[in-house]
Design a protein around this ligand. Sequence first.
Ligand code: AMP
Length: 278
Amino acid sequence: MQIVESVSRMLELSRDWPPKAKVGFVPTMGYLHAGHLSLVQQANLLCDITVVSIYVNPAQFGPKEDLANYPRDIDRDLQLLGNSQVDYVFFPTTKEIYPENYRTWVEVDGLSGVLCGGSRPGHFKGVATIVLKLVNIVKPHLMFMGEKDFQQVVVLQTMLRDLNVSTQIVPCPIVREKDGLAMSSRNVYLNPQEREQALCLSEAIQIIKSLYKKGITNSDELIRRGSEIIERKDGRLDYLKLVDSNSLEDMTVADSHTRIILAVFIGRTRLIDNQAMV
Ligand code: AMP
Protein backbone atom coordinates (compact mmCIF):
# COMPACT_ATOMS: atom_id res chain seq x y z
CA MET A 1 0.00 0.00 0.00
CA GLN A 2 1.37 3.39 -0.99
CA ILE A 3 0.52 6.56 0.90
CA VAL A 4 0.24 9.55 -1.39
CA GLU A 5 0.27 12.95 0.28
CA SER A 6 0.64 15.33 -2.65
CA VAL A 7 -1.84 16.14 -5.40
CA SER A 8 0.95 16.20 -7.99
CA ARG A 9 2.05 12.64 -7.11
CA MET A 10 -1.56 11.38 -7.25
CA LEU A 11 -1.97 13.06 -10.66
CA GLU A 12 1.21 11.38 -11.90
CA LEU A 13 -0.14 8.02 -10.84
CA SER A 14 -3.60 8.54 -12.32
CA ARG A 15 -2.18 9.83 -15.60
CA ASP A 16 -0.45 6.48 -15.95
CA TRP A 17 -3.07 4.03 -14.72
CA PRO A 18 -2.47 0.85 -16.72
CA PRO A 19 -4.78 1.04 -19.77
CA LYS A 20 -6.68 -2.13 -18.98
CA ALA A 21 -6.90 -1.68 -15.20
CA LYS A 22 -10.22 -0.77 -13.64
CA VAL A 23 -9.70 1.78 -10.90
CA GLY A 24 -12.00 1.92 -7.88
CA PHE A 25 -12.13 4.89 -5.52
CA VAL A 26 -13.48 5.20 -1.97
CA PRO A 27 -13.55 8.80 -0.71
CA THR A 28 -13.72 9.08 3.11
CA MET A 29 -13.14 11.51 5.94
CA GLY A 30 -11.25 8.86 7.90
CA TYR A 31 -11.87 7.48 11.38
CA LEU A 32 -12.75 4.32 9.54
CA HIS A 33 -15.25 1.68 10.61
CA ALA A 34 -16.75 -1.45 9.09
CA GLY A 35 -19.03 0.69 6.88
CA HIS A 36 -16.04 2.26 5.15
CA LEU A 37 -14.29 -1.10 4.92
CA SER A 38 -17.33 -2.63 3.19
CA LEU A 39 -16.85 -0.06 0.41
CA VAL A 40 -13.18 -1.02 0.15
CA GLN A 41 -14.15 -4.68 -0.04
CA GLN A 42 -16.60 -3.96 -2.85
CA ALA A 43 -13.97 -1.92 -4.70
CA ASN A 44 -11.47 -4.76 -4.38
CA LEU A 45 -14.06 -7.15 -5.75
CA LEU A 46 -14.94 -5.10 -8.84
CA CYS A 47 -11.66 -3.30 -9.57
CA ASP A 48 -7.97 -3.99 -10.21
CA ILE A 49 -6.69 -0.95 -8.33
CA THR A 50 -8.28 0.46 -5.16
CA VAL A 51 -7.64 4.03 -4.04
CA VAL A 52 -8.98 5.34 -0.72
CA SER A 53 -8.83 9.01 0.17
CA ILE A 54 -8.84 10.37 3.70
CA TYR A 55 -9.65 14.05 3.85
CA VAL A 56 -11.80 15.98 6.32
CA ASN A 57 -13.19 18.58 3.94
CA PRO A 58 -13.64 21.94 5.72
CA ALA A 59 -15.90 23.21 2.93
CA GLN A 60 -18.72 20.83 3.83
CA PHE A 61 -18.91 21.88 7.50
CA GLY A 62 -20.99 24.86 8.61
CA PRO A 63 -19.43 27.48 10.93
CA LYS A 64 -21.17 25.97 13.98
CA GLU A 65 -20.49 22.34 13.06
CA ASP A 66 -17.94 19.83 14.32
CA LEU A 67 -14.98 20.36 11.95
CA ALA A 68 -12.46 20.99 14.75
CA ASN A 69 -13.70 18.05 16.82
CA TYR A 70 -14.31 15.61 13.96
CA PRO A 71 -12.65 12.36 15.09
CA ARG A 72 -9.30 11.62 13.47
CA ASP A 73 -6.87 8.70 13.86
CA ILE A 74 -4.70 8.39 10.79
CA ASP A 75 -2.42 5.70 12.23
CA ARG A 76 -5.34 3.42 12.99
CA ASP A 77 -6.90 4.17 9.59
CA LEU A 78 -3.69 3.27 7.75
CA GLN A 79 -3.41 0.05 9.71
CA LEU A 80 -6.99 -0.92 8.80
CA LEU A 81 -6.44 -0.07 5.14
CA GLY A 82 -3.10 -1.91 5.14
CA ASN A 83 -5.00 -5.04 6.15
CA SER A 84 -7.64 -4.50 3.45
CA GLN A 85 -5.66 -4.85 0.20
CA VAL A 86 -5.81 -1.16 -0.63
CA ASP A 87 -3.29 -0.06 -3.26
CA TYR A 88 -3.15 3.69 -2.62
CA VAL A 89 -4.23 5.95 0.21
CA PHE A 90 -4.56 9.58 -0.85
CA PHE A 91 -4.14 11.83 2.15
CA PRO A 92 -3.91 15.43 0.93
CA THR A 93 -3.54 18.63 2.93
CA THR A 94 -6.02 21.51 2.89
CA LYS A 95 -3.23 23.84 1.74
CA GLU A 96 -3.06 21.87 -1.48
CA ILE A 97 -6.76 21.22 -1.92
CA TYR A 98 -7.86 24.81 -1.28
CA PRO A 99 -4.86 27.07 -1.92
CA GLU A 100 -5.15 30.76 -1.09
CA ASN A 101 -6.55 31.81 -4.44
CA TYR A 102 -9.16 29.03 -4.60
CA ARG A 103 -12.40 30.28 -6.23
CA THR A 104 -14.40 27.49 -7.88
CA TRP A 105 -17.45 25.75 -6.42
CA VAL A 106 -19.93 23.17 -7.71
CA GLU A 107 -23.65 23.53 -6.99
CA VAL A 108 -26.32 20.94 -7.79
CA ASP A 109 -29.56 22.93 -7.92
CA GLY A 110 -32.63 21.76 -6.04
CA LEU A 111 -31.32 18.46 -4.71
CA SER A 112 -28.78 20.28 -2.54
CA GLY A 113 -31.29 22.46 -0.74
CA VAL A 114 -33.62 19.81 0.67
CA LEU A 115 -33.32 17.33 3.58
CA CYS A 116 -29.76 17.62 4.99
CA GLY A 117 -29.14 20.54 2.62
CA GLY A 118 -32.01 22.43 4.25
CA SER A 119 -30.49 22.05 7.72
CA ARG A 120 -26.88 22.38 6.59
CA PRO A 121 -26.72 25.25 4.08
CA GLY A 122 -23.69 24.94 1.82
CA HIS A 123 -22.99 21.34 2.85
CA PHE A 124 -23.59 19.77 -0.55
CA LYS A 125 -21.75 22.58 -2.33
CA GLY A 126 -18.72 21.54 -0.26
CA VAL A 127 -19.34 17.85 -0.92
CA ALA A 128 -19.87 18.23 -4.68
CA THR A 129 -16.77 20.41 -5.01
CA ILE A 130 -14.42 18.11 -3.11
CA VAL A 131 -15.72 14.98 -4.82
CA LEU A 132 -15.32 16.47 -8.30
CA LYS A 133 -11.79 17.56 -7.37
CA LEU A 134 -10.93 14.11 -6.03
CA VAL A 135 -12.42 12.41 -9.08
CA ASN A 136 -10.33 14.68 -11.35
CA ILE A 137 -7.22 13.87 -9.35
CA VAL A 138 -7.74 10.09 -8.97
CA LYS A 139 -9.54 9.45 -12.29
CA PRO A 140 -11.40 6.34 -11.15
CA HIS A 141 -13.77 4.27 -13.27
CA LEU A 142 -15.95 3.44 -10.28
CA MET A 143 -16.55 5.33 -7.05
CA PHE A 144 -17.93 3.40 -4.07
CA MET A 145 -20.26 5.31 -1.77
CA GLY A 146 -22.49 4.28 1.12
CA GLU A 147 -26.26 4.57 1.03
CA LYS A 148 -25.84 5.76 4.62
CA ASP A 149 -25.53 9.16 2.93
CA PHE A 150 -28.37 8.56 0.52
CA GLN A 151 -28.87 12.20 -0.48
CA GLN A 152 -25.14 12.50 -1.11
CA VAL A 153 -25.30 9.62 -3.59
CA VAL A 154 -28.23 11.23 -5.46
CA VAL A 155 -26.57 14.68 -5.52
CA LEU A 156 -23.26 13.28 -6.76
CA GLN A 157 -24.81 10.99 -9.38
CA THR A 158 -26.58 14.06 -10.73
CA MET A 159 -23.38 16.12 -10.70
CA LEU A 160 -21.40 13.44 -12.55
CA ARG A 161 -24.16 13.05 -15.14
CA ASP A 162 -24.65 16.79 -15.66
CA LEU A 163 -20.94 17.51 -15.98
CA ASN A 164 -20.30 14.53 -18.29
CA VAL A 165 -17.87 12.87 -15.91
CA SER A 166 -17.50 9.22 -16.86
CA THR A 167 -16.89 7.92 -13.30
CA GLN A 168 -19.83 5.81 -12.13
CA ILE A 169 -21.02 5.63 -8.53
CA VAL A 170 -21.59 2.19 -7.02
CA PRO A 171 -24.00 2.67 -4.11
CA CYS A 172 -23.32 0.21 -1.27
CA PRO A 173 -25.67 -0.92 1.53
CA ILE A 174 -25.59 0.59 5.02
CA VAL A 175 -23.54 -1.39 7.53
CA ARG A 176 -25.17 -1.43 10.97
CA GLU A 177 -24.24 -2.36 14.51
CA LYS A 178 -25.92 -5.55 15.77
CA ASP A 179 -28.72 -3.52 17.38
CA GLY A 180 -29.51 -1.62 14.18
CA LEU A 181 -27.63 1.66 14.66
CA ALA A 182 -26.08 2.72 11.35
CA MET A 183 -22.29 2.85 11.73
CA SER A 184 -20.91 6.38 11.65
CA SER A 185 -17.67 8.06 12.65
CA ARG A 186 -19.85 10.41 14.71
CA ASN A 187 -21.19 7.58 16.91
CA VAL A 188 -18.05 8.07 19.00
CA TYR A 189 -19.59 11.32 20.31
CA LEU A 190 -22.43 9.40 22.01
CA ASN A 191 -22.30 8.67 25.76
CA PRO A 192 -23.83 5.36 26.90
CA GLN A 193 -27.28 6.87 27.45
CA GLU A 194 -27.23 8.61 24.08
CA ARG A 195 -26.03 5.41 22.42
CA GLU A 196 -29.25 3.78 23.65
CA GLN A 197 -31.37 6.76 22.54
CA ALA A 198 -29.75 6.64 19.10
CA LEU A 199 -31.62 3.42 18.36
CA CYS A 200 -34.70 5.57 17.75
CA LEU A 201 -33.57 6.28 14.18
CA SER A 202 -33.57 2.66 13.01
CA GLU A 203 -36.62 1.91 15.18
CA ALA A 204 -38.60 4.72 13.53
CA ILE A 205 -37.70 3.30 10.13
CA GLN A 206 -38.75 -0.19 11.18
CA ILE A 207 -42.14 0.92 12.50
CA ILE A 208 -42.84 2.85 9.29
CA LYS A 209 -41.93 -0.18 7.19
CA SER A 210 -44.11 -2.50 9.24
CA LEU A 211 -47.11 -0.12 9.07
CA TYR A 212 -46.64 0.18 5.30
CA LYS A 213 -46.64 -3.63 5.08
CA LYS A 214 -49.95 -3.62 6.92
CA GLY A 215 -51.40 -1.34 4.25
CA ILE A 216 -50.93 2.19 5.64
CA THR A 217 -49.61 4.37 2.79
CA ASN A 218 -50.57 7.89 3.93
CA SER A 219 -47.25 9.68 4.46
CA ASP A 220 -48.50 12.03 7.19
CA GLU A 221 -49.72 9.08 9.21
CA LEU A 222 -46.50 7.10 8.69
CA ILE A 223 -44.35 10.11 9.57
CA ARG A 224 -46.43 10.79 12.69
CA ARG A 225 -45.95 7.21 13.91
CA GLY A 226 -42.19 7.33 13.22
CA SER A 227 -41.85 10.70 14.96
CA GLU A 228 -43.49 9.27 18.09
CA ILE A 229 -40.61 6.82 18.44
CA ILE A 230 -38.07 9.65 18.19
CA GLU A 231 -39.91 11.74 20.80
CA ARG A 232 -40.29 8.79 23.15
CA LYS A 233 -36.48 8.42 23.21
CA ASP A 234 -35.94 12.19 23.62
CA GLY A 235 -34.40 12.58 20.18
CA ARG A 236 -34.78 16.02 18.60
CA LEU A 237 -36.11 15.53 15.10
CA ASP A 238 -34.37 17.56 12.39
CA TYR A 239 -36.47 15.93 9.67
CA LEU A 240 -38.27 12.66 8.94
CA LYS A 241 -39.54 12.38 5.38
CA LEU A 242 -40.84 9.91 2.86
CA VAL A 243 -39.33 10.89 -0.46
CA ASP A 244 -39.09 9.60 -3.99
CA SER A 245 -35.78 7.71 -4.25
CA ASN A 246 -34.73 9.49 -7.46
CA SER A 247 -36.07 13.04 -7.14
CA LEU A 248 -35.96 13.27 -3.31
CA GLU A 249 -39.36 14.97 -3.54
CA ASP A 250 -41.87 14.46 -0.72
CA MET A 251 -44.44 11.74 -1.41
CA THR A 252 -47.96 12.16 -0.04
CA VAL A 253 -48.67 8.48 -0.59
CA ALA A 254 -45.89 5.96 -0.01
CA ASP A 255 -45.12 3.30 -2.61
CA SER A 256 -42.33 0.89 -3.52
CA HIS A 257 -40.07 3.76 -4.73
CA THR A 258 -40.27 5.57 -1.40
CA ARG A 259 -37.21 6.17 0.74
CA ILE A 260 -37.65 6.75 4.45
CA ILE A 261 -35.02 9.32 5.42
CA LEU A 262 -34.34 11.15 8.66
CA ALA A 263 -31.92 13.23 10.71
CA VAL A 264 -32.13 13.41 14.50
CA PHE A 265 -30.13 15.20 17.18
CA ILE A 266 -29.22 12.93 20.06
CA GLY A 267 -27.87 15.40 22.59
CA ARG A 268 -25.50 17.54 20.50
CA THR A 269 -24.84 14.82 17.94
CA ARG A 270 -26.71 14.88 14.64
CA LEU A 271 -27.29 11.39 13.23
CA ILE A 272 -28.81 10.36 9.89
CA ASP A 273 -30.35 7.16 8.59
CA ASN A 274 -32.54 5.96 5.74
CA GLN A 275 -33.96 2.85 4.16
CA ALA A 276 -36.00 1.82 1.15
CA MET A 277 -39.68 1.27 2.01
CA VAL A 278 -39.51 -2.21 0.45
P1 AMP B 1 -17.48 9.61 5.62
O1 AMP B 1 -16.11 9.22 6.08
O2 AMP B 1 -18.48 9.70 6.72
O3 AMP B 1 -17.46 10.81 4.71
O4 AMP B 1 -17.99 8.40 4.72
C1 AMP B 1 -17.24 7.97 3.60
C2 AMP B 1 -18.07 6.98 2.83
O5 AMP B 1 -18.42 5.88 3.67
C3 AMP B 1 -19.39 7.58 2.33
O6 AMP B 1 -19.65 7.09 1.03
C4 AMP B 1 -20.40 7.05 3.33
O7 AMP B 1 -21.70 6.95 2.82
C5 AMP B 1 -19.82 5.69 3.61
N1 AMP B 1 -20.33 5.17 4.89
C6 AMP B 1 -20.31 5.79 6.10
N2 AMP B 1 -20.95 5.04 7.02
C7 AMP B 1 -21.38 3.93 6.38
C8 AMP B 1 -22.11 2.77 6.78
N3 AMP B 1 -22.52 2.60 8.03
N4 AMP B 1 -22.38 1.83 5.85
C9 AMP B 1 -21.97 1.99 4.57
N5 AMP B 1 -21.27 3.05 4.13
C10 AMP B 1 -20.98 4.01 5.02
